[in-house]
Write a protein that binds this ligand. Structure first.
Ligand code: G3P
Ligand code: MG
Length: 358
């Protein structure tokens, strides 16, 4: 096994460049591939499906490996490639902080199953904000008008099934709130998050220090299936912050992860680095990949405020390419965050890269 592995590694070519792809608005719109993305990605793949050119996906959207598996199946191609989940990397690292969240009650909100997402990241005592709220009678005074709500409030058997402590939730302090992806019921979520944060973590109590609040990303808008942009996590954050700062004496404190945080681009660089053999002659050293292996890393994105801003702030070796298939549709470059290159589609971007690097 080791022998085979090192022979494969010796066949690897050293690349002076790598590529990071944004997904929404570049590779997909909703669930539909756009901009010649399947063709563009195939050009970076070897015959076996393993990557010929080092590349990663750098998205603020996906939340679980399962989603990526589905994505790969849906666009009808298969490859082995490290995928960078921006907030998975960052949220997982929070477990090691002194707060010791793994033993504490945390709540999570977002579309789908936010509590499951957080438990997959290693958090043990986690409740979805919806389930948490359902344990407080009358917390949402307009709930009876929410005809779309089909889920029944959680009962005790749900509590034990779901990785949460069985002690009385009402007296248990919420140690942190995580916004994992786009919240579904903004009104209720803003109300209940304000309740938790204003009370120092025990709803109904007065005062106390605001528990930490984390957002997976801060995209004001993003490109989904609808023709024009949709409001994203950043819009929710602004709404929550505006309300919180009016009802509470001290301003909302929060941390946002994901692009454009330069930390994400550094992570991407180290993921791409894993593709590289360690010396120029194709040999692989036991000590692992070299520290700064790339002359150029291309970020292909559709959002100047997220993808281009992030690549610019990350500095060398990042080179930003802006497509016209998503949030950005301008004829020329973006005025505030100009990219190093503007092209129509991701396929054009890959053409440019392969021409330049050949
Ligand atoms: O919620 C925003 C997200 O969908 C954006 O995804 O792939 O453009 O970073 P992406
Ligand atoms: Mg995008």
């Amino acid at each position: 096994q080791n022998h085979l592995q090192s022979r494969d590694q010796q066949q690897l070519r050293r690349f002076s460049f790598g590529v990071a792809f944004d997904i929404d608005g570049v590779i997909l719109r909703g669930r539909v591939p756009i901009g010649g993305s399947p063709q563009a990605l195939r050009r970076l793949l070897g015959d076996s499906g393993s990557s010929k050119v080092p590349f990663v996906f750098l998205t603020n959207g996906f939340t679980r490996s399962l989603s990526f598996q589905k994505f790969a199946e849906e666009v009808y191609f298969w490859f082995e490639n490290p995928l960078l989940y921006t907030h998975q990397t960052e949220y997982s690292s929070l477990i090691n902080l002194p707060f010791r969240y793994e033993d504490q009650l945390i709540v999570a909100t977002g579309k789908g199953e936010p509590a499951l997402v957080m438990s997959e990241y290693g958090f043990k005592n986690v409740l979805s904000l919806e389930d948490y709220a359902s344990l407080f009678e009358n917390i949402d005074p307009v709930s009876q008008y929410k005809y779309w709500a089909t889920k029944k409030p959680m009962d005790r058997s749900d509590l034990s099934r779901n990785i949460v402590p069985t002690c009385d939730i009402h007296s248990k302090s919420v140690k942190a709130v995580f916004v994992v992806s786009d919240p579904v019921d903004w009104g209720s979520d803003i109300q209940v998050i304000c309740d938790i944060l204003r009370s120092g973590g025990i709803v109904g109590h007065k005062g106390g220090t605001q528990p930490p609040l984390y957002f997976a990303a801060d995209d004001l808008e993003y490109q989904a299936a609808f023709p024009s942009e949709r409001l994203g996590l950043g819009a929710f954050r602004i709404a929550l912050e505006s309300v919180f700062n009016r009802v509470h004496h001290s301003p909302l404190e929060y941390v946002s992860f994901g692009k454009p945080n330069p930390f994400v681009f550094k992570n991407a660089e180290s993921v791409l680095n894993q593709f590289q053999p360690a010396d120029e002659h194709g040999g692989f050293k036991e000590c692992g990949p070299v520290a700064h292996p790339f002359e150029t890393l291309y970020m292909i994105g559709d959002n100047p405020f997220v993808d281009v801003k992030g690549a610019r702030e990350a500095g060398q070796p990042w080179f930003s390419i802006l497509t016209r298939t998503g949030v950005f549709r301008g004829e020329h470059n973006h005025a505030e965050f100009p990219a190093d290159l503007v092209v129509d589609t991701v396929e054009d971007a890959v053409d440019y890269i392969l021409r330049k690097e050949s």
